[in-house]
Design a protein around this ligand. Structure first.
Ligand SMILES: [Zn+2]
Length: 342
């Protein structure tokens, strides 16, 4: 399926990356990939250990007069796909094609984060003509969610003087230092009344989205914010049934859907909503050229939220901050604090 990768150089790297694409490795399901790492280590007569969380360490002895270096990458990947993709991240290999200088997938994430780091370390593990110091090759798990893998690594596994993490986002740059992150889960109790006579679906899609740790400063729209801005001004004219958006805590939401009914389905109310949709499209058309907002009748028998619950929800989503909160006082164009509403 990905045999075109085997023609690329350096071959010692691409053969492992091609193999990675065949082994599903969503966060929390890293066992199979961890076993592949162990297998490669064994084939090269290197000692390796795997723990309960499927973290793996491989020891590659080197020149004793040089420093021991720890290399780290993470085995798990973010699994995202386009809404019409049939891909099963638990079972299917990720199909790719080469387009110019780019390696592309068919509507799924590629897993270059951090498959490139993993494949690079496997290539180094097999390197024969080295005069480096010893390498301690550390592969951790659940990086994309809780860092549970890295947190549980047995410190006695490591003796190296230096650690280089291969999970960077930019070519030809070394990052010194790191940022912290915190998840806040909000739970808003709601009450429901009765189903609307006719349900409508408002859908926002086609936004660029992106990684909240990398793209938060870019002029991109958050689908949850957009749908809230459209609905809030007509809050008293609708009965909201459902509001959903986003896929992951670290992905900027690129789609959102609201189900609602009209309190009074008159043309004035509908025109007001349409003007809010048109205004949003106009505001974002340059920065989000693929933005689509669709309004269609739908069948949904669920009861609507009470007026109070609906007001609470839309007000909360409107008030919650999204995007850059503060810039670094000294370093230009450097984000200090940001929030991803997702
Ligand atoms: Zn990563």
């Amino acid at each position: 399926m990905n045999s075109h990768l085997l023609t690329l150089q350096p071959a010692c790297f691409w053969k492992h990356f091609a193999k990675l694409l065949e082994i599903p490795h969503e966060t929390g399901h890293e066992q199979a990939l961890a076993e592949y790492v162990i297998q490669v280590a064994k084939q090269n007569s290197l000692s390796a250990i795997k723990d309960e969380l499927h973290n793996v360490i491989v020891y590659k002895p080197g020149n004793p007069n040089r420093s021991t270096v720890i290399l780290q990458s993470h085995l798990d990947m973010v699994c995202e796909k386009t809404p019409n993709s049939q891909h099963d991240f638990q079972a299917d290999p990720i199909a790719t094609q080469i387009n110019g200088d780019w390696l592309e997938t068919n509507g799924t994430t590629l897993g270059a984060d951090n498959g490139f780091g993993v494949a690079l370390m496997l290539a180094l593990l097999e390197e024969q003509n080295q005069n480096w110091g010893s390498l301690e090759l550390l592969f951790t798990t659940q990086e994309e969610t809780t860092m549970a893998g890295a947190k549980a690594v047995d410190p006695t596994w490591l003796s190296g003087n230096y650690l280089i993490n291969l999970d960077g986002a930019r070519l030809n740059r070394i990052t010194i230092g790191s940022a912290g992150a915190q998840d806040v889960d909000l739970l808003l109790p709601i009450q429901r009344t009765q189903p609307p006579q006719q349900a409508w679906q408002l859908e926002i899609k086609g936004l660029q989205g992106g990684h909240s740790g990398v793209d938060i400063h870019r002029p991109r729209a958050n689908a949850i914010k957009l749908i809230t801005e459209i609905l809030l001004p007509v809050c008293e004219k609708i009965n909201l049934v459902d509001l959903a958006g986003g896929n992951a805590h670290n992905a900027i939401p690129n789609q959102a859907t609201a189900i609602f009914g009209w309190v009074e389905a008159n043309s004035a109310n509908q025109a007001k909503l349409q003007s809010l949709i048109d205004q949003t499209l106009k505001t974002w058309q340059k920065r989000e050229p693929n933005l689509v907002i669709e309004l269609n009748q739908t069948s949904d028998a669920r009861p609507a939220l009470s007026i109070e619950s609906q007001n609470n929800l839309l007000s909360l989503l409107s008030e919650l901050p999204h995007g850059v909160l503060t810039q670094h006082p000294k370093l230009p164009k450097t984000v200090m604090t940001s929030n991803n509403l997702a």
